[in-house]
Design a protein around this ligand. Structure first.
Ligand code: ZN
Length: 372
C-alpha cells in the first residue's frame, strides 16, 4: 500500500538530518522504497577536509523512459530550538500547518514524490512502464561537495541515464503551482588581491599603498554592467561582499589588500569567458601600475536553462489540472529565505496537492509514448 504523504513527511521531519548527518532520513526512504521493489544504493562520498556524507540512489524498472526525482534530505540547523512554537524535529501538525525543519526545504516534497510514485506503481501492479528513480543527497545545505555532483558521476559510471528529472525544491512565489524554475544563474566567487609595499605613513614615497589599487580596481569592476540580460535571464551581477586588509596600525601602510566578491551570471557567459572578462577589466584598470591577481574559488554552479519541451508541457498541464493555476516559468534565484527561519512550516493541503501533481505527471509520463 502506498504511504500517506503526510505521515511520511512527518516521519522524515523527525529525523535530525542537519548536514552532514544522515539522521535516519535516508534509512527511512530506503525501507519505504525497498518495500515497493526499488533497488537501493547507499553511497558515501568523502574528501579530505570535508565530512563524509551519505547519499541514496533508488531505481525501479530497467526500461526507458526513465523519470528521476532528485532532492535532498539534509536540512539547515534549527537555530534556537526554544524560539520554535513547535519542536523543529517533532513533525507536529497545528491547525492546518505541518511544522519542522525541512517541511518546505525539502522533506515535504521528497515525501510527496515517494508517495505519488508508490501510489502510481500500486495502480499498475507494482511495475512501471519504464523506470522511476530517486537521487537523494545528504549534502545540499552544506558546502555540497559530497552530494549531487558526485552522485551523478557515480550514476553515470554505472551506466544510468535519465530522460527527465524533477527537483522538488520550493519554487512557488505565493501559492502552490504558481512557478516552475526552468533555469538558474551560475555563481562564481573570487578574491581580488592587491600587493603593495608596507611602510610608514610618514614616508609614502618608500611604500606602495595597495588600498589605492584596490579602490581603483573595485571601481572598475563595479562600473560597467557585465551584460544586459538575455532572453531568459536577468543581467549578470558582480557584488563585492567584503574588503579585508586587517591592518590595526593607523600609521602603517599595509602590504596587501583584498576584496571578496560573488558574481551571479546568466547564459551570456561560461565560467571561463566570465573570468577572462573580469581579468581584462582588472588589467585595463591596473594599467601595469597596480600589482593584482584574482583567486577564483572552484564552482559547481554553472548557469543552466531548460527550454520548452513536451515534458515541460506535460508538467504545466498536470499543475493546471490539479491547482487550476498556470505556472510561470522562471529563472530567478532562491525562492525565499523564510524557509530557513524558525517555525518552518507548510500547509498540509499543499502536500496533498503536490502529491496529486506528481501522481498526474507520473500517470501521463508513463501513459503516453514519445515524451521527450
Ligand atoms: Zn533545498
Amino acid at each position: 500500500m502506498a504511504p500517506d504523504p503526510i505521515a511520511l513527511a512527518r516521519d522524515l521531519l523527525r529525523c535530525p538530518s542537519v548536514t552532514p548527518a544522515e539522521g535516519g532520513a535516508l534509512g527511512l526512504l530506503e525501507s519505504v522504497l525497498k518495500g515497493a521493489g526499488f533497488e537501493i544504493h547507499r553511497v558515501t562520498f568523502a574528501e579530505p577536509g570535508t565530512a563524509p556524507v551519505e547519499n541514496l540512489y533508488a531505481r525501479i524498472g530497467s526500461e526507458t523512459p526513465h523519470l528521476c526525482f532528485a532532492g535532498h534530505t539534509d536540512v539547515v540547523p534549527p537555530g534556537e530550538a526554544t524560539s520554535w512554537s513547535h519542536p523543529p524535529f517533532g513533525g507536529e501538525i497545528a491547525g492546518d500547518m505541518l511544522y519542522g525543519r525541512g517541511a518546505v526545504d525539502m522533506k515535504g516534497a521528497v515525501a510527496c514524490a515517494v508517495a505519488a510514485s508508490l501510489d502510481h506503481l500500486a495502480a499498475r501492479g507494482g511495475k512501471p512502464k519504464g523506470s522511476i528513480s530517486f537521487l537523494i543527497t545528504g549534502d545540499e545545505e552544506g558546502i555540497a561537495v559530497n552530494g549531487t555532483i558526485k552522485l551523478l558521476k557515480w550514476a553515470a559510471e554505472r551506466g544510468e541515464s535519465f530522460d527527465h528529472c524533477i527537483l522538488g525544491e520550493p519554487s512557488n512565489a505565493a501559492s502552490i503551482g504558481d512557478t516552475i524554475k526552468v533555469g538558474r544563474r551560475g555563481s562564481l566567487n573570487g578574491t581580488l588581491v592587491i600587493t603593495g609595499k608596507q611602510g610608514h605613513v610618514a614616508y609614502p614615497q618608500l611604500a606602495d599603498n595597495p588600498v589605492r589599487g584596490l579602490v581603483t580596481l573595485m571601481s572598475a569592476l563595479m562600473a560597467v554592467p557585465l551584460d544586459h540580460g538575455s532572453a531568459h535571464f536577468d543581467a549578470s551581477n558582480l557584488e563585492f561582499t567584503s574588503i579585508d586588509i586587517g591592518n590595526t596600525t593607523v600609521n602603517l601602510i599595509p602590504g596587501e589588500a583584498r576584496a571578496r566578491f560573488n558574481i551571479r551570471f546568466n547564459d551570456c557567459h561560461s565560467q571561463i569567458s566570465l573570468k577572462t572578462l573580469i581579468e581584462r577589466l582588472a588589467a585595463d584598470a591596473a594599467r601595469e601600475r597596480v600589482k593584482w591577481r584574482i583567486d577564483w574559488e572552484p564552482s559547481n554552479a554553472d548557469v543552466f536553462f531548460t527550454g520548452p519541451s513536451p515534458f515541460l508541457d506535460l508538467v504545466i498541464a498536470a499543475i493546471k489540472d490539479v491547482t487550476g493555476v498556470v505556472p510561470k516559468l522562471s529563472t530567478t534565484g532562491g525562492t525565499s529565505d523564510a524557509m530557513h527561519q524558525v517555525d518552518e512550516r507548510t500547509a498540509v493541503a499543499d502536500l496533498v496537492r503536490l502529491t496529486a501533481v506528481y501522481r498526474k505527471i507520473l500517470d501521463r509520463y508513463f501513459g503516453s509514448r514519445g515524451t521527450n
